[in-house]
Design a protein around this ligand. Structure first.
Ligand code: URA
Length: 209
């Protein structure tokens, strides 16, 4: 079974409180999502493999560590996932970015795939799927289905706020996927929103409604 980790570092908790507040405007919301994602990326990358390289410091020759192994692809689930790309890119600037477009039918709450554009070598990459809200789990399950269909196997899912219902559904369907979240909230309401959550992450990031 993959990992399930709530990344409750004090800085992350503090910043999450800022964006949960309904009075937080679009500019600050976007900036703070970026900061939280960067802080999370630091720890999500903790198990990236290293290899030895020989280098020369100004003082002596030495053996030192450098990243080895799989290259990274960040895959935001459109549209809210886009808000989490730059935070990871700040720490892993060579990552490629794929996009998966999902929308949620507002009546049935069922997710639908409408766009998939991925790096050609996606099957050889360590993939970070990002979406701020893990609500029913429907979109993340479909996005990961879409990735696996194209040969991807090494997948981590990173969100900001998760509902227990979504965590359960995602782990049941994709038990190999590690899940990282900044908070595990209470429940989903009848409209599919996470309670207490932070509202519609896409609307809050992009200033729409
Ligand atoms: N998507 C959101 O943006 N917010 C929720 O609370 C649930 C799904």
């Amino acid at each position: 079974m993959g990992k399930f980790q709530v990344m409750d570092h004090p800085l992350i908790q503090h910043k999450l409180t800022i964006i949960r507040d309904k009075n937080c405007g679009t500019k600050v919301f976007r900036e703070v999502v970026d900061e939280i994602t960067m802080l999370m990326a630091y720890d999500v990358a903790r198990d990236m493999p290293l290899k030895d390289v020989e280098i020369e410091t100004p003082i002596a020759k030495t053996t030192s560590k450098t990243l080895a192994g799989k290259k990274v692809a960040i895959v935001p689930i459109l549209r809210a996932g886009i808000g989490m790309v730059d935070g990871i890119m700040k720490l892993i600037p060579a990552a490629k970015v794929g996009h998966i477009g999902m929308y949620r039918d507002e009546k049935t709450l069922e997710p639908h795939e409408y766009f998939v554009k991925l790096p050609a070598d996606i099957n050889q990459r360590q993939i970070f799927v990002v979406d701020p809200m893990l609500a029913t789990g429907g979109s993340s399950i479909m996005a990961i289905d879409a990735l696996k269909k194209r040969g991807a196997s090494n997948i981590k899912f990173v969100c900001l706020v998760a509902a227990p219902e979504g965590v359960k559904a995602l782990r049941a369907k994709h038990p190999d996927v590690d899940i990282y979240t900044a908070a595990l909230d209470d429940h989903l309401n009848e409209n599919g929103y996470i309670v207490p959550g932070l509202g519609d992450a896409g609307d809050r990031l992009f200033g729409t409604k």
